[in-house]
Write a protein that binds this ligand. Structure first.
Ligand code: ADE
Length: 235
């Protein structure tokens, strides 16, 4: 899978892609992440990519032209990922607080795509016409406002990237993550068995796989009922 990200602050995105599972996914060839500076498509030699908003009011708006040119150029460079694929991007995603709330199901679906491009907004956001004519999916990572879309894009790349088939091994398998099956993950423990008198539950020490699985299922359900009862209604 290939992910392109358009940003006015590309430095902000570099580090999250260079560590841990994202690093491994790229080294193993399962994921390619390319970060592009929107100023490469600026409207003048001063690197301008934003302007005052029509109707007045504080805050700048990211202009149509640089974004349209960037998306069009990068799209034209994306060849079909398999026979029958139309080429270009499978999704043009805009990270925005008024988008669809990110959840595991959306991440699962996106992890099966070939090429995705993400647009990070800044200031007051991007000109509405880009949203209408280029963007195919708008995603929010929560009901709060960030200074820009970069951190949201990093979250999205991470949660998609780890789901790409082959990226995680059996040990780190995403099948048992919280939210797969709409359940939170059960508690986990490691050595020692007794830390300051705080004991590891007997079931986990029993060596009986059926008992361990039962205990984990019970704990998952208990945790979900207590913390996120709404998830159980979506079963
Ligand atoms: N840009 C600013 N805030 C955001 C949010 N909560 N989610 C996605 N993109 C954003």
């Amino acid at each position: 899978m290939r992910i392109d990200i358009i940003s006015v602050l590309p430095e902000l995105l570099q580090s999250p892609m260079q560590h841990s599972i994202m690093k491994r996914a790229q080294e193993k060839g399962f994921l390619e992440v390319h970060i592009h500076n929107l100023r490469n498509w600026a409207v003048n030699e001063y690197g301008q990519v934003d302007d005052y908003q029509y109707g007045g009011g504080a805050g700048m708006v990211m202009m149509c032209e640089p974004l349209a040119k960037a998306i069009e150029q990068l799209s034209s460079e994306r060849k079909p990922v398999r026979p029958g694929h139309p080429g270009g991007y499978d999704e043009v995603i805009y990270l925005t607080p008024d988008g669809e709330m990110l959840n595991q199901k959306i991440a699962n679906n996106l992890s099966l795509k070939g090429n995705i491009i993400m647009i990070c907004g800044h200031y007051k956001g991007i000109d509405e016409r880009i949203r209408q004519h280029f963007v195919t999916k708008e995603i929010s990572i929560g009901d709060y406002v960030l200074s820009g879309g970069e951190l949201a894009a990093a979250v999205l790349v991470d949660c998609i990237g780890r789901l790409i088939p082959g990226v995680l091994n059996d040990e780190t398998s995403a099948l048992f993550d919280s939210f797969q099956d709409n359940l939170l993950a059960p508690p986990v423990y490691t050595r020692p068995e007794d830390f300051r008198g705080w004991k590891v539950p007997d079931a986990l020490l029993s060596g009986n796989h059926r008992l361990i699985e039962e205990w984990r299922n019970e704990q998952s359900l208990k945790r979900t009922k207590e913390r996120r009862p709404g998830l159980l209604e979506n079963q």
